[in-house]
Design a protein around this ligand. Structure first.
Ligand code: GLA
Length: 399
């Protein structure tokens, strides 16, 4: 892929790239729709990744190309980038440069391989994070995004957190989607073989080992191929409800609300929305405790409880997700839940390795019976976070 991307870069821009960076998609094991309420999340990085090739310029211009059919080329002055501009996919890479807030002389950028869009696996964050790492490394910003030393158990890299904050700002302010920041921290800070315990209040992370193979288990992604639409206002409405509920309870965010306090909310919709957030944060704590005491199998019931809460209290599921989760459970899965923003996209399923054929068959057959698109089922291996694939002389490895 690297060679093909280099060749495509040469064809697009008539020069060689200075470097290539990759950033993965994320799968939330549990801790969904709580990041914007200062909650606790437990994502992992997928092997699926977005790769960008880039070369610096010194004339203040940005030229963006993608190997994806639907992504139109964009080029313009960096000076015109800001909230609402440029439109379309170009807002993500351009927005990241804007949000990094450091002088960048200009950039040629080509997007190659990509996390599948619309599958609820944080393809936007993967693009943002690959660009952020490339800009930091190749334009000499010195933010230390390549400093991996801090990514061992128990720590986060300050450089990576800075990049994640810029990516989130690009999405919130330039693209205009009020996402909560989990996806960017996951793509930048996850490590192979671990889930990432992310505390969105303190913005700190902890690596929690997840050795499914040793436990005889498998984690599946079921991509329902019913595209999820996070831009259509429903996501923003859920976030707004969490803020209104916190204000009604007189706490800064729902992270500070106790379960019995939530029961005092008089508006029944607000009460259910808040109950999801508070109960989901509690489930994350329990899952981490189970994982850390080697009881991986026992997290299944909590995954399923998370799904029920997202379906009934937050109301962000979809018929295709229900079909996948129900079929997987009926075929013997230990637990299953939707992942990501919801309203379509993907589910995850935890199962015994011996049950893979039965569960896969059940999920595909159930979708066919209901006339849904045929889902894609594949194994989710906890993978490494964003990284530099290669560079030519220009990289500055700050820490
Ligand atoms: C999307 C957002 C995240 C998070 C999830 C739901 O992926 O980008 O910030 O809120 O939805 O957990």
């Amino acid at each position: 892929m690297s060679t093909a991307l280099r060749t495509a870069f040469r064809a697009a821009f008539g020069r060689d790239p200075d470097g290539l960076c990759a950033a993965p998609g994320r799968l939330t094991l549990i801790g969904e729709h709580v990041d914007y309420a200062s909650g606790l999340c437990l994502p992992l990085a997928l092997p699926q990744r977005t790769v960008v090739a880039a070369a610096t310029r010194d004339d203040g211009r940005l030229r963006l190309r993608s190997l994806h059919r639907d992504a139109q080329p964009w080029e313009g002055s960096l000076d015109v980038v800001g909230p609402g501009h440029p439109p379309g996919w170009a807002a993500y890479p351009a927005g990241v440069i804007w949000a990094l807030g450091h002088p960048v002389g200009g950039l040629d950028l080509l997007v190659g391989e990509s996390v599948p869009p619309g599958a609820g696996l944080a393809s936007s964050a993967a693009l943002e994070c690959a660009v952020a790492l490339a800009v930091d490394a190749l334009c000499g910003l010195g933010l230390g995004g390549l400093g991996l030393g801090g990514l061992g158990p128990g720590a986060s890299s300050a450089g990576r957190a800075t990049l994640a904050a810029a990516c989130r700002r690009a999405e919130n302010e330039v693209v205009g989607v009020p996402t909560g920041g989990m996806d960017q921290l996951a793509s930048l800070c996850c490590t192979e073989g671990h889930v990432l315990l992310l505390d969105c209040r303190s913005q700190t992370v902890r690596q929690v080992p997840l050795d499914l193979l040793a436990a005889g288990l498998v984690l599946f992604v079921v991509d329902t191929r019913a595209p999820h639409r996070i831009v259509d206002g429903q996501y923003a409405a859920r976030r707004h409800s969490a803020e209104r509920a916190a204000a009604a309870l007189g706490v800064p965010t729902l992270r500070e609300a106790a379960p019995d306090q939530v029961d005092t909310l008089t508006d029944p919709v607000l009460r259910r929305r808040a109950r999801h957030v508070v109960s989901e944060i509690a489930r994350v704590r329990t899952v981490v405790a189970l994982l850390e005491s080697g009881r991986v199998r026992d997290i299944g019931a909590l995954l399923t409880a998370s799904h029920a809460s997202l379906r009934d209290d937050l109301e962000v599921s979809s018929p295709e997700l229900e079909c996948a989760v129900d079929a997987a459970r009926a075929a013997g899965a230990l637990g299953a839940r939707m992942t990501g923003g919801g309203f379509g996209g993907s589910a995850l399923v935890l199962l015994e390795r011996t049950a893979t054929a039965a569960v896969t068959h059940a999920v595909v057959a159930a979708a066919a019976r209901r006339g849904h698109p045929e889902p894609t089922v594949y194994e989710a291996l906890p993978s490494r976070g964003a990284h530099l694939i290669s560079a030519h002389g220009k990289v500055r490895k700050g820490v």
